[in-house]
Design a protein around this ligand. Structure first.
Ligand SMILES: [Zn+2]
Length: 284
């Protein structure tokens, strides 16, 4: 592939075909993308976001943007060893990278400030306990490993209340934005990363029309969960234009690139969006 696919239609016309933004319905040209981590929205939706930013207001709410204080979980040790920085410094760098990438796309970043799942601890169980026990629990990771814990799709009991907190933060943001977003893009949770599932479930409870996106590059290895897709009667819509240019945007997340794409190449794939079949208009 040497050149980007040219856009066959404008991004909003394409969106109209998913059934959610019909031109004559008076919907505001404002869209909210919910990103679990500081890179997911650009990895999975960057090309569409950049196209939409020419037509209206595009905001990205990134949920898990802090490192917390986990000293010893496996992903935590890997992340700090790879970057040679403290967790606090690493996440400051990541937030700055994210702001720079999104602003260059004319997209507005919002960081919600929740701790990344790699670094969340059992400490919430220790509330009301003696301080020594609280200190010990603060050192026990909720998800000690990536493969066996964080990417198993099982939300740890102390994390279950998080969905409501995230939803409340997202609602506050939606209320603050003017014009208010007419459509929310949420991760589908392909790959079953706990943080992606929490972000998805919080976004799904905002009471706004929601389109789900396939989580790239998890989608290279995993397929969407059938129960979720079938339960909501979701059908896929592909967005192709601008994927090569978006690969360059992805490369600007310098602190993450080697961890995500060890050979340095960003695979060329369509972006995949899932909307309810009942909402989707038949292509003209
Ligand atoms: Zn992620």
């Amino acid at each position: 592939v040497t050149a980007d696919d040219p856009p066959a239609e404008s991004a909003s016309a394409w969106l109209a075909r998913t059934g959610y933004i019909a031109a004559g319905q008076g919907c505001a040209r404002a869209w909210l993308f919910v990103s679990p981590h500081l890179d997911d929205a650009v990895l999975s939706c960057g090309a569409l976001m950049e196209a939409l930013a020419f037509e209206g207001r595009v905001c990205v709410a990134t949920v898990f943007t802090e490192g917390g204080q986990m000293p010893w979980s496996v992903p935590s040790l890997r992340a700090t060893a790879r970057s040679g920085r403290s967790l606090a410094d690493l996440f400051e760098l990541r937030r700055n990278e994210d702001r720079a990438v999104l602003q260059a796309m004319s997209v507005e970043p919002f960081h919600l400030g929740f701790a990344d799942g790699q670094f969340r601890a059992l400490s919430t169980l220790g509330q009301g306990q003696p301080s020594l026990l609280r200190k010990l629990l603060a050192r026990v990771p909720l998800y000690p490993t990536f493969r066996w814990d964080l990417a198993r799709g099982r939300v740890a009991p102390p994390d279950r209340a998080l969905v409501e907190f995230i939803r409340a933060e997202l609602l506050q943001l939606v209320d603050r934005l003017s014009p208010s977003p007419s459509l929310v893009f949420a991760p589908l949770g392909v790959g079953s990363h706990v943080d992606h599932l929490l972000a998805r479930d919080a976004a799904a409870r905002l009471g706004l029309p929601t389109i789900y996106y396939s989580d790239f590059p998890y989608s290279e290895q995993s397929v969407p969960r059938r129960d979720f897709v079938e339960g909501r009667n979701l059908v896929p819509h592909l967005w192709l234009a601008g994927r090569l240019a978006n690969a360059e945007r992805v490369r600007e997340y310098g602190s993450q690139l080697a961890g995500i794409f060890p050979d340095g190449r960003v695979p060329y794939r369509p972006e995949v969006y899932w909307a309810p079949a009942t909402a989707s208009a038949t292509p003209a």
